[in-house]
Design a protein around this ligand. Structure first.
Ligand code: GH3
Ligand code: MG
Ligand code: MG
Length: 632
């Protein structure tokens, strides 16, 4: 494409040069022609003049005027001689003298027509004539302004060193005008061509400006007027990363701003925070909206001052922390967290260096937000991805389809047959090893990735239900149910899988009903309207309390593993489980005992009337379902 543009440009320039060359050639030809005509005339006129001079000097010895005035015969004779020289081109050949007043008057006139009388005054270009009078040198006057008259040749008549008159020979010709007429159409054509070229150049300029605008729009984020990811993509191809330090910046609890004040205010905050950052950095730094409320800064390094980015980051953090944002009657403050890669050149590629800044940003978030973490001050730098499984690793795993579910069977305590399964999410490392939820869930819980992951799990589970016609439970948090986005995606999933929804159980973790949580109750009821079963997870530990039974219709409770695993040795555990079993029996709620790891434990829970059991004694979580009984 660029190549083609170059060829067009070259072609265009060649045409302009060719036209300019033609135009110059034509003008020069005209000039040369005129010069030749002039030359021809002057040589001829000089010859005529010297002829006349010879005649005058043979017939007259000193006073020219008196001799002619007093001898009309001589005057006639001389004039006849001059007339002999006259032709169509040299119509006017005459001699003028200067009177005492400085006017020029006829002395002799050899012209064929419009003859001047002796002493008759003629209006001439006095300055030129006087010059010839005093300098005593011939002169050529170009008369372009007069019709047909082309040039006048003047030559002084000198007697005894004194100018007594001037011979004037007018040369008239139509030739130059004819040439001009002949070339006029060509000149017009040139004029049109020049106008056309000018218009084309204007269009070209307009197009270039338009292209520039379109390109600029494509790389600019409309809300914050910063560069967007398109720009980043191009930048990554050309940037010499050794010259920069990378800051990844994220507004803290921005979701809260949106939720509390609305998206409009959220947008205002985004653009105002961007402006504050722009004012804090220099022209050779690069500022990009990386996505949502996340920004990427490339800080230009002068003489590899490692601490530069950290100082700028602290300045940005402080400026934003101090700023009170006011919109109509609302005033609010926000803070930002940043992660900095000080030496991006040590990374395999720029993407890794950016990822590293993101990891450090994540640490800044975890350490309490409103802070800057760079790889020079980080207490913990994630190096080994098996230890800390961060946002980007989860992102990669999702993209590369390495997010899977394992299934742990739940058995009927009486019959020991499989009743259902609990789906447990895993990430498969590239080397095939497993990453467990506790290794990555806390890191992504407040990110969009968590929502994405929840949707994927529901998809996987529904597919499994469809294929195997089994009941499967999934784990969700209390906060997931009241999170608008997650609730929306749960409902979407249920709508999509209406026929198998009754096979799904939701195990609620971190359950904590507040009086005011109407949305929670309503949302659970909506979910239940699809036939989905609700189970309370980790009952007997954490926040779980009995109030839930008054508010909602609960299908199952899962007694916390910490109570079950010691039930054979701890009397307290035994008593608590016994009371739970009694209560749920009274309320008609199913119970599941998890962590059933031995025959002893199994025997006790069965004896206490617990209806379902789950644990290593029966089955470990595994990729495939057991080939046991399938009962919905
Ligand atoms: P953290 O402190 O961990 O960064 O929490 P957070 O709430 O800032 O982060 P989270 O990623 O959970 O939420 C980011 C929110 O930003 C979610 C999304 O709705 C909002 N957001 C993303 N882009 C825009 C936008 O252009 N305008 C507005 N108003 N909100 C946006
Ligand atoms: Mg944020
Ligand atoms: Mg964020």
């Amino acid at each position: 494409m660029k190549h083609l543009a170059k060829i067009y440009a070259l072609f265009f320039i060649s045409i302009i040069i060719a036209i300019a060359y033609l135009y110059i050639s034509l003008t020069q030809t005209e000039n040369i022609l005129n010069k030749n005509i002039n030359h021809l005339f002057i040589t001829q006129a000089q010859e005529f003049a010297s002829n006349i001079q010879r005649h005058l000097h043979t017939r007259i010895t000193n006073n020219l005027y008196n001799s002619i005035k007093n001898d009309p015969l001589l005057k006639k004779e001389l004039e006849e001689d001059m007339t002999l020289l006259a032709t169509n081109n040299y119509k006017y050949i005459y001699i003028l003298y200067k009177d005492s007043e400085g006017d020029f008057r006829y002395l002799l006139d050899g012209s064929k027509e419009d003859k001047g009388e002796l002493d008759e005054k003629l209006n001439v270009d006095k300055q030129a004539w006087n010059e010839v009078y005093t300098s005593q040198k011939p002169k050529v006057i170009y008369q372009n302004k007069l019709e047909n008259l082309w040039v006048t040749y003047l030559e002084p008549v000198v007697f005894d060193g004194k100018t007594q008159a001037i011979i004037a020979i007018d040369f008239s010709t139509n030739l130059p005008k004819d040439v001009q007429h002949a070339t006029q159409p060509i000149n017009h054509i040139f004029l049109y061509i020049f106008i056309a070229i000018f218009i084309m150049l204007l269009i070209l300029l307009y197009q270039t400006l338009l292209n520039f605008r379109t390109k600029q729009d494509a790389i600019t984020d409309p809300l914050t007027q910063t560069y967007n990811r398109n720009y980043l993509r191009d930048l990554l191809k050309n940037i010499n990363i050794a010259k920069y330090q990378i800051i990844m910046l994220d507004i803290d609890h921005f979701k809260y701003v949106n939720d509390s004040y609305g998206h409009k205010i959220g947008d205002n905050i985004l653009s105002d925070v961007s402006s504050l950052i722009k004012n804090t950095i220099r022209n050779d730094d690069i500022f990009i909206r990386f996505g949502g409320e996340e920004f990427l800064l490339f800080i230009h390094r002068k003489n590899t001052q490692e601490m530069l980015a950290t100082q700028i980051a602290q300045r940005i953090r402080h400026t934003i922390e101090e700023k009170v944002f006011t919109y109509n009657n609302i005033t609010l403050k926000v803070t930002v967290s940043m992660g900095i890669t000080c030496a991006p050149e040590h990374f395999k590629n720029i993407s890794d260096a950016i990822k590293h800044a993101d990891e450090l940003l994540y640490i800044a978030k975890r350490e309490g937000r409103n802070r800057v973490v760079s790889d020079t001050n980080a207490k913990e730098i994630p190096k080994n991805s098996t230890k800390t499984f961060n946002i980007n690793d989860v992102k990669d795993a999702i993209e590369e389809n390495r997010l899977i579910c394992h299934y742990q069977a739940i058995f009927c305590a009486q019959t020991q047959k499989v009743i259902k399964y609990e789906a447990l999410v895993r990430i498969v490392n590239k080397d095939g090893s497993m990453v467990y939820p506790n290794q990555f869930l806390p890191n992504i819980i407040h990110t969009n990735l968590y929502n994405q992951m929840t949707k994927m799990i529901l998809d996987i589970v529904f597919e499994k239900i469809k294929q195997n016609k089994v009941s499967i439970s999934v784990n969700l948090n209390f906060s997931d149910i009241i999170n608008k986005a997650i609730f929306k995606l749960i409902i979407e999933e249920l709508e999509k899988n209406k026929d198998v929804a009754p096979w799904l159980t939701i195990e609620l973790l971190e359950y904590e009903v507040l009086e005011a949580e109407h949305s929670f109750i309503n949302n659970i009821k909506t979910i239940q309207s699809y036939g989905v079963k609700i189970s309370i997870d980790d009952f007997g530990a954490g926040f779980a309390n009995y109030n839930v039974f008054q508010i909602l219709k609960i299908d199952t409770i899962k007694i916390d593993g910490s109570l079950i695993k010691n039930i054979d040795t701890s009397e307290t555990s035994y008593k608590i489980v016994k009371s739970i079993a009694f209560l749920t029996h009274e309320l008609g709620i199913e119970t599941v005992a998890e962590f059933v790891h031995s025959l002893e434990v199994y025997k006790i829970v069965k004896e206490l009337g617990i209806t379902k059991v789950q644990g290593f004694y029966f089955a470990k979580p595994q990729e495939n379902l057991l080939n046991g009984d399938k009962t919905p």
